[in-house]
Design a protein around this ligand. Structure first.
Ligand code: SAH
Length: 259
């Protein structure tokens, strides 16, 4: 083995990226191939799981909104138990483990049991969504900050976000788990002072075969997400940076360069 960073009885939390297996890091691919057991989320697709060794055990601990198949404490316990049994454990998560990935809990559970645990970062959905849409997430002079925010509220609780902070004109918002709350997000941002004309790009299944890009304005966000299926992951990008390039803008640019 070229590396000794994955001994038996240890855990790696691995970012699987947004779906396209080519968007995995080489490190992630190596760790997946070396694992004895892989605990994976619902958003991790077969193309990534196929990198596992044939004898590796694959355990779905998939969480989809509204249908949590295993609760977090159970997942923590499974990971720790597998490591204590001497296995090389990969906990495979969509995107980057550090972003809305319950990584803190899993790291704490491993440390509490004295199980060595490390993290392999991944390409987060916001990056994949911007790339798919052909836009940046920041824009010199106009979009100076980028906020990753989740619009997933705990069951029965209202969505309690810092709407005034999020409404700042120079902020790009990358809203994770935002489909169900899209109407509320738009309404609250506009109420907090964000322009109703703010550009919005919704990317469904970024980097996956069913990729879809839907563009509009903040005022139409609720309508834009209506056709998205329940099972399809969707990223809401809001702000001046994601404005669609004006028709003919590239042609003008080429003409100017050539002149
Ligand atoms: N750790 C992950 C995010 C987990 S939260 C990351 O860094 O990307 C899950 C949410 O991420 C989904 O509800 C959706 O909003 C977003 N998401 C994940 N994969 C996506 C994809 N391929 N396309 C669009 N959005 C995606």
């Amino acid at each position: 083995m070229p590396h000794d960073d994955f001994p038996p009885a240890s855990v790696w939390l691995v970012g699987a990226g947004p779906g396209d297996p080519e968007l995995l890091t080489r490190k992630a691919a190596r760790l997946i191939a070396a694992a004895d057991v892989i605990f994976y989320d619902a958003l991790v697709g077969p193309a990534v799981l196929n990198l596992a060794a044939p004898q590796a055990e694959r355990v779905s601990v998939g969480k989809r909104s509204g249908r949590h198949s295993k609760d977090q404490a159970t997942i923590d316990a499974l990971i720790v138990a597998a490591a204590l049994a001497g296995q090389r454990v990969v906990r495979l998560k969509g995107g980057d483990p550090a972003i809305f990935g319950r990584t803190a809990e899993e790291v704490a559970a491993c440390r509490a049991a004295s199980v060595p645990v490390r993290i392999c970062p991944g390409i987060t959905a916001a990056s994949a969504a911007a790339a798919a849409a052909g836009t940046a997430l920041t824009l010199r002079g106009a979009a100076r900050r980028l906020t990753f925010v989740t619009a997933h509220a705990r069951a029965g609780e209202p969505l309690d976000l810092d709407w005034v902070g999020l409404a700042a004109e120079d902020a790009t918002l990358a809203v994770y788990m935002g489909r169900a709350a899209a109407a509320t997000v738009a309404q609250q941002l506009i109420a907090a002072g964000r322009s109703a004309d703010t550009p919005v790009t919704v990317v469904v299944n970024a980097s996956l075969p069913g990729e879809r890009i839907i563009r509009g304005k903040l005022s139409s966000l609720a309508f834009l997400v209506e056709t998205i299926g329940d099972r399809d992951p969707a990223m809401l990008l809001i702000g001046e940076a994601v404005r669609a390039p004006a028709r003919g803008a590239m042609q003008q640019l080429f003409a100017a360069v050539q002149a």
